[in-house]
Write a protein that binds this ligand. Sequence first.
Ligand code: FAD
Length: 489
Amino acid sequence: MTTSSNFLHACRTVLGTAHVLTTSDQVAPFLTDWSGRWRGEALAVLCPGSTSEVSEAVRLCACAGIGVVPQGGNTGLSGGATPQRAQPSVVMHLGRLTLVSDVDLLNNTLTVGAGVTLARVQEVARAAGRLFPLSLASEGTCTIGGNLATNAGGTTVLRYGSMRQLCLGLEVVLPDGRIWNGLRTLRKDNTGYSLRDLYIGSEGTLGLITAAVLQLRALPTDVVTCMLILDSSDRAMACFDVLREEFDAVLTTFELISPAALDAVAEQLPHLNLPACRPHPWVVLVECSDASAGRHDGEASSQALLSHRLEQRLAYALDTNIIRNVVIAQSAAQARSLWAIREGVPLALSRQRTALRYDLSFPISALERFLQESRSRLVALDADFLPVVFGHVGDGNLHFNVSPGAGRVNFMSEMTDRIDAVVYGLVRELGGSVSAEHGIGRAKSTPWRDSKSPVELALMHSLKTALDPQGLMNPGIFFPAAANTSLTS
Ligand code: FAD
């Protein structure tokens, strides 16, 4: 028997034959990412059903010198869950870790396995009269483990923060198979290095997250959703200022969509109800929400009062030409149809496969400068290059795609480098980040390395080598894989 068949035999003994996938049909869905851009190879896909099975499987990998690529819902947009060829690896699919505890109402927490989908967590919280606020267009498929490993953000970060702010404790299987049980429910715990914070956002490079304690919030009772129609992107920033001044923490969502992104939605998802004006304008989806439990002030409900306050503020924005028009949802169904436009943008753009995609963040004060400068520098490269923009601008986060322009199928390869240089050059100039929320994965290694100082890189490398000395956890992410060829197939 070869070394790899010994290894697979041992995995079958630990996990059961049905949970060690090896045929090409079985493994294919785990070896290509959501966008179809990244493809990989793996010896097998392992599907453990408990933390102790994860631990046993990782121990086997450590003994055999085999890389471990964690995978949850495989919706990541940076290729981080797709195994690379440089290192013989398995995909460790954590989708069977689906235990969900009862909601702890007094603590306002929920403990879940890493394989539970985000949508399921939201449902469980809602059934208990609470809110789990993280919200992404991929929520039906992405998992809590993947959300934590990428420190996912989404459309409510403005008010509730990203995954890091929503997690109190973690359970992690370490690269040698030991289990760290950090499932604490404490809001305050100043007892040394925060291991939890180290694992959040580490993209599976230091260990596998197997469970987490999540913080819940009050379920909003009053929600007002509206879509603002704007003449230009700079008005969006002015409007953000006007709304934040009045609503502060109640301002939950502030999402910008550019005319070109609306064009893509109109083309790819014609059933959606887009703003009637043509050419498409800039729009912003705004949501304010509050948890006042239906309080009344005299005759008016708190919902009516929130609507009234928003209408007044928007009337000021109309009068001062900050916005051109506004649609305020009059029902939950209308709010859903406004949200469908925003949520349709990534799907519509993913069908335009040739675009270059960037997930950038900036100080909010620098967003408009980036939009203006990037446009003029791209036009200087080629007048047809079209920036297609949307994003969580209330968090300073822009999803910035560059399309080659009408009638062109692709970019010339050297042009890709020049566009990268324009975009990442501006990120550097304006004090931004090369990855706001999607992580580094395979897609952003070079800009990530270029954006870090030697001291930062050295610190991160020290952490990696201290915690994963064999370099087997998600090899090739952040740092090049230490090719291990001890295994014969
Ligand atoms: P995967 O794709 O399986 O993995 C992502 C990374 O995490 C990989 O590096 C993987 O190795 C690692 N990983 C997965 N599980 C574990 C684990 N248990 N332990 C350790 N490492 C692990 N992201 C946002 O932040 N905001 C958005 O608004 C957003 N919108 C999206 C919209 C669409 C339509 C799509 C397709 C994606 C979107 N994403 C967004 C990206 C993606 O959904 C998130 O990054 C999500 O958190 C990934 O979860 P997952 O379970 O699919 O992880």
